[in-house]
Design a protein around this ligand. Structure first.
Ligand code: COA
Length: 415
């Protein structure tokens, strides 16, 4: 079966997490992704967080599926000439080097335009134009600068970073969308363009509802859906809301049977307005259906803490899965807190290809997250990440280099 991005060639000049997330998605949609790496070293993540000595790390393998790897030394003149050949024949160049690194290599926008005016040049940077544009940035810096850390955690605790890699993988997703949109626009303009996804901006985009709340707070000096209401004080910035949903449907994390020993024996429980009568019946508080203090969502906002304490008395009598089964029968929105172990062995996720087992020549079998985006006419088969330089000869041959040229390039340290 054909793939959505069949025929698209991507010069993948990315490393670590944000850029590789983007190019892995493009590869899953069918693009030919050629990852350029430094000879002898490769992407630094190949050697980071290793669980098996001398073998590409899970960090690397899980971000670089379905790609080819070519080594090119861009600090070598002949290496740069090889890169020029790739620029001429690819549709997209994706990079996430530190600000200015690409220009220092001599691969400026003007240079690329001269070689291939149809090329789309897509970049992840930590910040967009402004005071921090020259800064190097990693995941947690972006979470802090994009509004996530100041709005995550408990009210009386430190700002908190989340385990979800919204700065790196979140920005990679944004960049992938920009690239696909630019490819679409090129159909009518015939031209490439620059695509920039700054990590701070991507995190802020994902924290959009918190900027909403900032403006509500400035206008009304309170946020009725936050745990600080009604007894606590609000300052002039959106506070951390703990596990409260903070949105139109109040929610909280509640203990379930076994919480004393199992750190994940909890459920997220949402008191959706439409489900309120059912919730009251399930927990045995039927009078709350008509009691003025509880009958409307507005009235309940004053009593959310005692309401959740009462619901928790009920959830503590059930395991998270028992509670889930009962609540779902009544269309009460809820979700078990799943550990990574539970997710890894969840059969439904294996069946949909969201958790995939991959075989690797030096690592053996390992689990990875497959393509979370499912397309009926462009299915994804996850194939292993390439070894360092595994496709150097193959790619060079496709560019027209003969065996003797390749040997000479290698002898000079260009590839
Ligand atoms: N051959 C020769 N040199 C190469 C090369 C190759 N194939 N590929 C890269 N290099 C060189 C670059 O030219 C650069 O050299 P220079 O500093 O002399 O110009 C050097 O490698 C280092 O690149 P850099 O991007 O600065 O790497 P770093 O390890 O110091 O920084 C980051 C890593 C992630 C902090 C930085 O790349 C960054 O801020 N990127 C943008 C934001 C981002 O994506 N962050 C999230 C990462 S998950």
């Amino acid at each position: 079966m054909s793939k959505a991005l069949d025929g698209v060639r991507v010069l993948d000049f990315t490393h670590v997490q944000s850029g590789p997330t983007c190019t892995q998605l493009l590869a899953w949609f069918g693009a030919d992704v050629i990852k350029v790496e430094r000879p002898g070293e490769g992407d630094a993540t190949r050697g980071q967080l290793r669980d098996i000595p001398g073998v590409d790390s899970l960090y690397f393998t899980m971000l670089n599926h379905n790609k080819r790897s070519i080594t090119i030394n861009t600090k070598n003149k002949k290496g740069l000439a090889v890169l020029d050949e790739l620029i001429k024949t690819c549709d997209v160049l994706v990079e996430n080097f530190a600000p200015g690194a690409l220009d220092r290599m001599g691969i400026t926008w003007d240079h690329i335009q001269k070689l291939n005016p149809r090329m789309i040049v897509a970049s992840v940077k930590g910040f967009g134009p402004g005071p921090y544009e020259d800064c190097k940035v990693y995941e947690n810096v972006a979470q802090c600068a994009g509004g996530s850390a100041s709005t995550t955690g408990m009210d009386d605790g430190l700002p908190m970073v989340t385990g979800a890699q919204i700065g790196d993988s979140g920005t990679g997703l944004h960049l992938a969308l920009g690239i696909v949109a630019a490819l679409y626009q090129r159909n009518t303009t015939g031209r490439g363009q620059k695509v920039l996804a700054p990590m701070q901006d991507a995190v802020l985009n994902l924290c959009r509802v918190k900027l909403r709340d900032q403006q509500r707070l400035e206008r009304t000096h309170t946020l009725h859906e936050y745990p600080q209401y009604p007894d606590g004080k609000f300052g002039d910035a959106v506070p951390r809301a703990g596990n409260a949903s903070g949105g139109g449907q109040p929610g909280s994390i509640l203990k379930c049977k076994g919480w004393e020993t199992d750190p994940n024996a909890y459920i997220y429980f949402i008191t959706q307005a439409a489900a309120w009568p059912a919730i009251c019946r399930v927990i045995g508080e039927e009078e709350w259906i008509t009691d003025e203090a509880y009958a409307t969502p507005q009235a309940r906002l004053l009593h959310l803490k005692p309401i959740f304490r009462r619901i928790e008395q009920w959830t503590m009598t059930k395991t998270k899965f028992e509670a889930m089964d009962i609540l779902n029968k009544y269309d009460i929105p809820c979700g078990p807190i799943l550990s990574m172990k539970e997710i890894a062995y969840e059969p439904a996720l294996r069946e949909t290809g969201t958790v995939v087992e991959v075989d690797h020549p030096t690592r053996g079998k390992y689990l990875t997250v497959g393509n979370p985006i499912k397309m009926s006419d462009s299915p994804t088969e996850v194939t292993r990440s390439p070894l360092l330089g595994e496709h150097t000869d193959e790619v060079l041959a496709q560019l027209g280099f003969g065996a003797a040229d390749i040997a000479a390039l290698r002898a000079e340290g260009a590839v």
